[in-house]
Design a protein around this ligand. Structure first.
Ligand code: C5P
Length: 218
C-alpha cells in the first residue's frame, strides 16, 4: 500500500516549513519541501539564462532538475545552494514560474517520488488539493500577514540578511495574491483540510496540534 501522507499547505511564511519538518521528525517520516523545487527551478533558469516567461524552456529544466537533498542541505548540479535558494528574490521568481501549468506538471513526478518508506509530510500550496489528494491528514496553516512578515523578518535578520518590514508585507501580500488567483492549482484549502491559524501560536504548539490531529486520524 502507498505510504501515509500528511499535507501542510498555506501561504508564504505561515510556518509550514518548520512545522512540517518537525512533524516529520517526530513520526520518522520523509519530508518534502515542495516550494524548494519551484525555487530550484527558478534559480536554475536564472543561472542558465532562461527567461522566467519561457514556459516550455522552464518546464524542460524542471523535468530534469539536477537537485539533491542531503541532511538539510540542497544541492543543484552538485553545488550547495541551501542559502541561495532561500533568498527572498528567488521566492518571488519561484512564484512567477509557479503560475505556468507546464512547469507545475513537470514537477508532479518528482514530488510524488518523495512518497516512499513509512510516511511523508509534504508542505506547499497544492499538496492536499492536487499532489496528494488521498493524504491521511490535510492541514491548512495560516497566520495574519503581520505575524508572517514579522516571522520572516526575524529569520532574515538572524541569518544576517538585511530586511525591511514594509517591503516584506508588500512582498507577502503580492505573493499571496499571485498564488491564490492563478488558474492552475491555486492556494486554497482542500475541502477536507483542517485550518490552523498560528497567528497567536508558536511553532511547537502548532506541531503538537498537528500530531494530535494525526493521532485522531488513525
Ligand atoms: O513555500 P515557498 O515560499 O518556498 O514557495 C515559493 C513559491 O513557490 C511560492 O510562492 C509558490 O508560488 C510556489 N509554490 C507552489 N506550489 C507549491 C509550493 C510552492 O506554487 N506546492
Amino acid at each position: 500500500p502507498a505510504s501515509i501522507v500528511i499535507t501542510i499547505d498555506g501561504p508564504t511564511a505561515s510556518g509550514k516549513g518548520t512545522v512540517a519538518h518537525r512533524v516529520a521528525k517526530h513520526l520518522g517520516f520523509q519530508y518534502l519541501d515542495s516550494g524548494a523545487l519551484y525555487r530550484l527551478t527558478a534559480l536554475m533558469a536564472i543561472r542558465t539564462g532562461v527567461s522566467l516567461q519561457d514556459e516550455a524552456g522552464i518546464a524542460a529544466l524542471a523535468r530534469t532538475l539536477p537537485c539533491q537533498f542531503q541532511h538539510g542541505h540542497v544541492l543543484l548540479g552538485g553545488q550547495d545552494v541551501t542559502d541561495a535558494v532561500r533568498a527572498e528574490q528567488i521566492g518571488v521568481s519561484a512564484s512567477q514560474i509557479a503560475v505556468l501549468p507546464q512547469v507545475r506538471q513537470a514537477l508532479v513526478e518528482l514530488q510524488v517520488s518523495f512518497r516512499d518508506g513509512v510516511g511523508l509530510v509534504a508542505d506547499g500550496r497544492d499538496m492536499g488539493t492536487v499532489i496528494f489528494p488521498d493524504a491521511r491528514l490535510k492541514v491548512f496553516l495560516t497566520a495574519s500577514a503581520e505575524a508572517r512578515a514579522s516571522r520572516r523578518y526575524k529569520q532574515l535578520i538572524e541569518k544576517g540578511i538585511a530586511a525591511n518590514m514594509e517591503d516584506l508585507v508588500k512582498d507577502l501580500t503580492e505573493r499571496d495574491a499571485r498564488d491564490s488567483s492563478r488558474a492552475t492549482a491555486p492556494l486554497k484549502p482542500a475541502p477536507d483540510a483542517i485550518i490552523l491559524d498560528t497567528s497567536e501560536m508558536n511553532a511547537e504548539q502548532a506541531v503538537q496540534q498537528v500530531l494530535e490531529w494525526y493521532a485522531e486520524a488513525q
